[in-house]
Design a protein around this ligand. Structure first.
Ligand SMILES: [Zn+2]
Length: 375
């Protein structure tokens, strides 16, 4: 339900984490390959055949992308070690954004998670630069050494840019962790970082406009895009913080639907459709055995069963099993429940009290509460 600001296409999985790529990265990689092979390389290192420039340009763009993936992956690995669930990593023009879920392990762990990425970029930059230096010392000054030097500088720049103190850049997260530890107030830390991000975003847009007036077209557009992104991210961050703050005062009992309609797990889908849905108008149903919930089924899951199979498919077969959805209690603050909701039952949780099922809560119930209570 928290949607990433950056959409992207899938690239596959690395270390179990799905990696996506945003269009801006592909554009950037093409621009890098093009600019290097058509302009920078032939101008700086004349005398090579054309294919050598093309090949070097493409290789440089690939190494650039590999460097970005290494940066993001280091975040994912440290986050996993600290109990966060990393759902997806999306590469974009400044590196990547990891979609991280779960309850925060605290400011120290957050600082480590977000500091490791720039550190990896720094190390990649230092390593590639070191190789270039060794080659240069061995007397190999030319195309290869030149492109390695360029890659080293780019990775050092990625490390530096990601350290800008604006969320969702790593620097913003590190600043938040530091403020959180220092003042002990996570909400206030979030709002301060959003405020800094808005200021920085405005400054970057202004810089882009100045660059545009001075005639540096592509760089100016890139800066303006970056600034716009920082502004949008700051607003999202602020909205989210305020929403969570609101929800910290609301217990689950106030948003839940009490005494949900239950269904026996061995009822057939056809039976269920005839006797339950049409009469009740709810769209999620706990399956109970001896009064205990064993699974949770949503209408969407039921509808996926083709009509001819509905007679011999049981509800249990299409339900989300007990170990995959979330349980809560009537007194838990909604803000604590929110990060634990998952996709298995489309963000629904069952509310238990003294070992009995007393209610069901959906992410839609929660967003309705946010809208009602928002200042
Ligand atoms: Zn990063």
């Amino acid at each position: 339900m928290r949607r990433s600001l950056i959409a992207g296409a899938g690239l596959g999985r690395i270390a179990g984490v799905p990696i996506g790529v945003n269009w801006s990265v592909l554009v950037l990689a093409l621009l890098i390959a093009g600019a290097l092979s058509e302009g920078t390389l032939p101008d700086t290192y004349p005398g090579y055949p054309n294919w050598a420039y093309d090949l070097t340009g493409v290789l440089a763009a690939v190494i650039f992308l590999v460097g970005l993936v290494a940066h993001e992956l280091s975040h994912a690995i440290v986050a996993n070690r600290n109990g966060f669930e990393v759902r997806r990593i999306t590469l974009w023009m400044l590196g990547g954004v990891a979609d991280v879920r779960g309850v925060s392990p605290g400011p120290g762990a957050e600082a480590r998670i977000f500091a490791v990425g720039p550190l990896v970029s720094l190390l990649v930059g230092a390593f590639v630069g070191g190789v270039a230096a060794v080659l240069a010392l061995a007397g190999l000054t030319g195309l290869v050494t030149g492109v390695l030097t360029w890659l080293a500088v780019v990775h050092l720049a990625i490390a530096a840019l990601n350290l800008l103190p604006a969320a969702p850049l790593d620097g913003g997260r590190i600043l938040r962790a530091a403020l959180w530890r220092w003042r002990g107030d996570r909400t206030q830390a979030n709002l301060t970082v959003a405020w800094v991000g808005r200021g920085l975003g405005t400054a970057v847009i202004a810089l882009g406009l100045v660059a545009l007036v001075r005639g540096s077209g592509l760089g100016a557009v890139w800066l303006a895009l970056l600034g716009w992104f920082m502004l949008a991210a700051a607003s999202t961050e602020e909205y989210r913080t305020n929403a969570l703050e609101t929800l910290s005062e609301v217990p689950v009992r106030e948003v839940m639907t009490a005494q949900p309609q239950t269904v026996p797990p061995d009822a057939s889908v056809a039976d269920f459709l005839d006797h339950y849905v049409i009469r009740r108008g709810h769209n999620a149903f706990p399956l109970t055995e001896d009064g205990q919930p064993v699974a949770l089924v949503t209408l969407d899951r039921v509808r996926q069963v083709p009509p001819e199979r509905r007679g011999d498919t049981t509800m249990r077969q299409v339900a989300c099993p007990r170990d995959q959805f979330t349980f809560t209690t009537p007194d838990e603050p909604v803000s604590d429940l929110l990060p634990r909701l998952n996709g298995c039952a489309e963000g629904r949780a069952l509310v238990m009290s003294d070992g009995h099922l007393v209610g069901i809560v959906s992410s839609r119930d929660i967003s309705r509460t946010i809208q009602r209570r928002a200042p």
